[in-house]
Ligand binder design. Structure first.
Ligand code: PGA
Length: 247
């Protein structure tokens, strides 16, 4: 099965209107054979959509309820109205900082899908979990517990992001990446049968222009989720181009 590669940027808590030129430059360089997206802060979604042309603009989180008394939170309907087409859920920074559980991540993904958003659902092990030989068990358990009802590659992608590789400049070996993505695919087959083949599994954690080709070329890697190196066109475009070269 040929899965079209998806390269998504995660701007985290970076990005003001002064940075919209980067959005424009990134979208201008978007090749035809790759899907590219930028997940920007909520406040930048509407203006990034205007700047992005055909490129998908996403959010970094969404609340699991459609509306209600949830001060400071944002609903999927609000994101759609702002022009977002996608949202991340379950990023490890939210699992750690906001104590989000697998059940909550699942509910968030389902709320996003109900409203018509595409979803990138993040999973990944800590260094302690990897060092103790539990990485695959932890990650496949996260997949099983956070996979939304009706999971389908048309609207859902997974992102494997080892927590210890995020923002550190460290990455797993290509062998470890392929092994983990294979384990995730096998778990998906168990959970959703043949639909597992259509679902993209992105790698994330210290992806940059120098390592993108090798990481994106690993078996069962269908794209990348990129933090620091997605903030500027000069760093992000070469990663998108590396994905395009692999087809
Ligand atoms: P990084 O972040 O590319 O800066 O390591 C990746 C992420 O957190 O999605």
């Amino acid at each position: 099965m040929m899965r079209r590669k998806l390269v998504a940027g995660n701007w985290k808590m970076h990005g003001l209107k002064a940075d919209l030129g980067e959005v424009r430059a990134i979208s201008a360089a978007m090749p035809d054979n790759v899907d590219a997206a930028l997940c920007v802060p909520f406040t930048l979604i509407a203006s990034a959509v205007e700047a992005a042309g055909d490129m998908l603009i996403g959010a970094q989180d969404v609340h699991e309820a459609d509306k209600g008394a949830h001060t400071g939170c944002i609903s999927a309907g609000m994101l759609i109205e702002a022009g977002a087409g996608l949202t991340l859920v379950g990023h490890s920074e939210r699992r750690a900082d906001q104590h989000e559980t697998d059940a909550q991540v699942k509910a968030k993904a389902e709320a996003a899908h109900r409203a018509g958003l595409m979803v990138i659902l993040c999973v990944g092990e800590t260094l302690e979990e990897r060092d103790s030989g539990r990485a695959e068990a932890v990650v496949t358990a996260q997949v099983a517990a956070s996979l939304p009802a009706g999971a389908h590659g048309m609207w859902l992608a997974l992102a494997y992001e080892p927590v210890w590789a995020i923002g550190t400049g460290r990455t797993p070996t290509e062998g470890d990446v392929a092994a983990m993505h294979g384990a995730i695919r096998a778990k998906l087959r168990e959970l959703i049968g043949g639909e597992a083949e259509s679902m993209r599994i992105l790698y994330g954690g210290s992806v940059n222009a120098a390592n993108a080709s090798a990481l994106l070329g690993c078996a069962d890697v269908d794209g990348a989720l990129v933090g620091g190196a997605s903030l500027t066109a000069d760093k992000f475009v070469p990663i998108i181009e590396a994905a395009a070269a692999l087809g």
